[in-house]
Design a protein around this ligand. Structure first.
Ligand SMILES: Nc1ncnc2c1ncn2[C@@H]1O[C@H](COP(=O)(O)OP(=O)(O)O)[C@@H](O)[C@H]1O
Ligand SMILES: O=P(O)(O)O[C@H]1O[C@H](CO)[C@@H](O[C@H]2O[C@H](CO)[C@@H](O)[C@H](O)[C@H]2O)[C@H](O)[C@H]1O
Length: 483
């Protein structure tokens, strides 16, 4: 994506230096753990002159010999109000025409408002194209404020109408989140938020040929919805707070977990059904291919490769590596022609929201650490099922792992409760999925287990790099998953 359509900021060494210091501290920066070898400004587009000024930047960041691209909205003000101080990048002395306090403009409603107006008016500014979904209107004049949700990008909430996701790490071509959401919106799928518009970098504007690069996605804001992670945690809290049933055996059963007030199983079943319906619509929109045995061997080889890499970095994974490898080998040997199709790719409870009418699936971008080709590649739909099963395991154990004051024997008692909760909700999800026409997870147990372990390995690296205090969550569940 490098090259410059920019307007003269690319050579500003002080801006580059400030950005190189600021970038690694951002939650959404994907290259944590490796030093930045080089940073330059690929494109710079002035979106607003005057006070405050707004510049759209695409940064070319080289790490480990490879270049990645990140999007930054750069605000510039002579005086920085207190509320914007936490988002300051640094002070510029005007070497390339910018002087004042530079900051992350995603946090400044005065500078996010124009984005909506540009999409409504389908503006073209330098290499930036603002697009509106044909046949839809966009309300303007709303301020965008960053969502507080835990996420890999930055989403701006405009009133109670829209959510605009600014993709931080950019990949060539159309972003899968836009591609899939548009296809599902057009197919009339009721389990995704409607797409209202998007922003893209024109082909050639990035000097790299190919199609336009998606920069942002504007969707319907699900205002009364709650995300699946919060709902599941509420249920786990409720179950953990129940006194042990009189004369209960040491290990509570999934039915005991169901008797607690906040049982989640009915919702888990509905979520399974919604997942199967989305898989059906994805298959219709993008097609299905029966993959040859060689593709399964390649799949297993990829799982081994990730395991090797993560075990090298995280020693706590190593004792489980042998058992995990045996499960991956089973997949490699299974040799049948399985139907592969477009899937979600990074499916978990934080990617689904319960509205008043049902479950909605979000974020079809795939796993942030995968290459664009991997994210788009057809996969078996049970990979998503396994992702959600992992998420039930996460929700079940999150409270235990996050309570540092918990005595080890109390943690062991809660671990038994966590298992019962996870089992109950896993079963309900799988039953809902199969009843709605998805491939029955019980009939593909080895494949589901391999996908789950592969996801757990991915999570161990993800947590080690991004949220080290969460690392015990996937490690703890691995202890019984790896067997
Ligand atoms: N259309 C929407 N309406 C309301 N909340 C949303 C919407 N899309 C996403 N969210 C919230 O934002 C969170 C992060 O969104 P997501 O698309 O997963 O971002 P990222 O890819 O950056 O992680 C979700 O978990 C959800 O809580
Ligand atoms: O939602 P993202 O696309 O940013 O996905 C990444 O971050 C997720 C965490 O925010 C991470 O999910 C892991 O933690 C969840 C709880 O926060 C849990 O429900 C998931 O099961 C677990 O994988 C996801 O793996 C990562 O790609």
């Amino acid at each position: 994506m490098p090259g410059g359509s920019g307007q003269g900021r690319g050579s500003d060494p002080s801006l580059v230096r400030l950005l190189a210091g600021w970038l690694p501290r951002q939650r959404w920066f994907g290259g944590k753990g490796s030093p930045i070898e080089d940073l330059s400004i690929g494109t710079a587009t002035e979106l607003r002159t005057g006070e405050p000024g707004l510049h759209h930047l695409v940064l070319d960041v080289r790490q480990n010999g490879a270049t990645e691209h990140y999007q930054v909205l750069l605000g510039v003000r002579r005086d920085l109000p207190e509320r914007l101080r936490p988002h300051e990048i640094g002070v510029l002395a005007g070497t390339a025409g910018i002087s004042g306090h530079a900051y992350d403009a995603a946090h400044d409603p005065e500078l996010t408002r124009p984005l909506l107006a540009h999409m409504a008016g389908e503006s073209v500014i330098g290499p930036l194209r603002f697009r509106r979904t044909p046949g839809t209107g966009i309300r303007t004049g709303l301020d965008g404020t960053p969502s507080t949700a835990e996420q890999s990008n930055t989403s701006l909430v405009f009133g109670d109408a829209y959510m605009c996701k600014l993709f931080r790490k950019l990949a060539p071509g159309v972003n899968p989140d836009l591609e899939v959401n548009l296809a599902l919106t057009r197919a009339g799928c009721e389990h995704v938020p409607a797409v209202h518009g998007w922003i893209e970098l024109a082909p050639g504007g990035d000097g790299a040929g190919g199609g336009p690069v998606t920069l942002a996605l504007l969707s319907q804001f699900l205002r009364s919805a709650t995300d699946g992670w919060q709902l599941a945690l509420t249920s786990v809290r409720d179950w953990f707070a129940q006194p042990a049933p009189g004369g209960a055996p040491a290990a509570p059963t999934p039915d005991d977990a169901g008797a607690a007030g906040g049982d989640f199983a009915a919702e888990a079943g509905r979520l399974g059904a919604a997942t199967a319906q989305v898989h059906r619509d994805l298959a219709r929109a993008f097609g299905v291919t029966a993959v040859p045995a060689a593709r399964l061997r390649a799949l297993a080889a990829g799982m081994h490769e990730q395991l090797d890499a993560v075990a090298a970095d995280v020693p706590q994974l190593r004792p489980h590596a042998g058992a995990i490898r045996a499960v991956f080998d089973e997949v490699a040997a299974s040799g049948e022609g399985l139907p592969f199709q477009r899937v979600h790719g990074d499916y978990h409870l934080g990617q689904v929201m319960r509205t008043d009418t049902g479950w909605v699936l979000l974020d079809f971008e795939g796993e942030p650490a995968r290459t664009p080709a991997e994210r788009r590649a057809p996969a078996h739909p049970l990979r998503d099922v396994a992702g959600m099963l992992r998420s039930f395991e996460y929700a079940a154990r999150f409270l235990i792992a996050s309570d540092v004051s918990l005595a080890p024997d109390a943690a062991d008692v809660l671990e038994l409760r966590a298992r019962a909760w996870a089992r109950r909700n896993r079963d309900a999800f799988c039953a809902g999925y199969a009843a709605a026409g998805g491939p029955d997870p019980a009939a593909h147990a080895a494949l589901v287990r391999a996908f789950e372990l592969d996801k757990a390995v991915y999570e161990i690296r993800y947590e080690a790099r991004n949220r080290p205090s969460w690392l015990p969550v996937p490690l703890r569940s691995l202890e019984h998953l790896a067997g």
